[in-house]
Design a protein around this ligand. Structure first.
Ligand SMILES: Nc1ncnc2c1ncn2[C@@H]1O[C@H](COP(=O)(O)OP(=O)(O)OP(=O)(O)O)[C@@H](O)[C@H]1O
Ligand SMILES: [Mg+2]
Length: 146
């Protein structure tokens, strides 16, 4: 992905492949483009509002006509005991599609990923590697138009 516009194009291709009930991990360093991808997905799904990074709130929710999207940023998540009390566990249900930045911060409590996207910062742009871990994830990759 040479630039932010390319990431948005990729997000537009990925968006229609996402299904309810899926969990997607977004891995990569600070500034690698995880939130940029989520912003592109939301735009492709027709959301026209502001997309805030859930750095402090840990979660932002978007109930859209086609998809109930949950955007997590667990960079500041510390205490695994908070997980249930915060209601996070309940968000991983069959109706929601959960996109999770910094999944490694909640590894002991987080449900496994159907799909994992690893962002690597390049000299110019970003490299994205996609891994499917379940049948749902594989269906998603198979449905991706190239
Ligand atoms: N494909 C790309 N090529 C070059 N720059 C990009 C690309 N995608 C995003 N960027 C830029 O890189 C930055 C990525 O910021 P973003 O908030 O998306 O990162 P993040 O991975 O969510 O970071 P954090 O872990 O801090 O939440 C933005 O300034 C964006 O414009
Ligand atoms: Mg982010």
């Amino acid at each position: 992905m040479p630039d932010e516009a390319a990431t948005a194009d990729f997000a537009a291709r990925l968006a229609p492949t996402l299904q309810a009930g899926m969990t997607v991990y977004l891995r990569g360093d600070l500034g690698a483009g995880k939130t940029t991808l989520v912003r592109g997905l939301l735009q492709a799904l027709g959301y026209r509002g502001r997309v805030k990074s859930p750095t402090y709130t840990l979660i932002e929710q978007y109930d859209l006509p086609g998809l109930n999207l949950r955007h997590f940023d667990l960079y500041r998540f510390r205490d695994a005991e908070e997980w249930e009390a915060a209601g996070f566990r309940d968000e991983f249900n069959r109706d929601n599609t959960c996109l999770v930045e910094w999944p490694e911060q909640a590894a002991s409590v987080l449900p496994p990923a159907d799909l994992e996207i690893v962002f690597t910062i390049q000299q110019t742009g970003r490299n994205l590697d996609l891994y499917a871990h379940t049948d749902a994830g594989k269906r998603c990759l198979n449905a991706l138009p190239y």
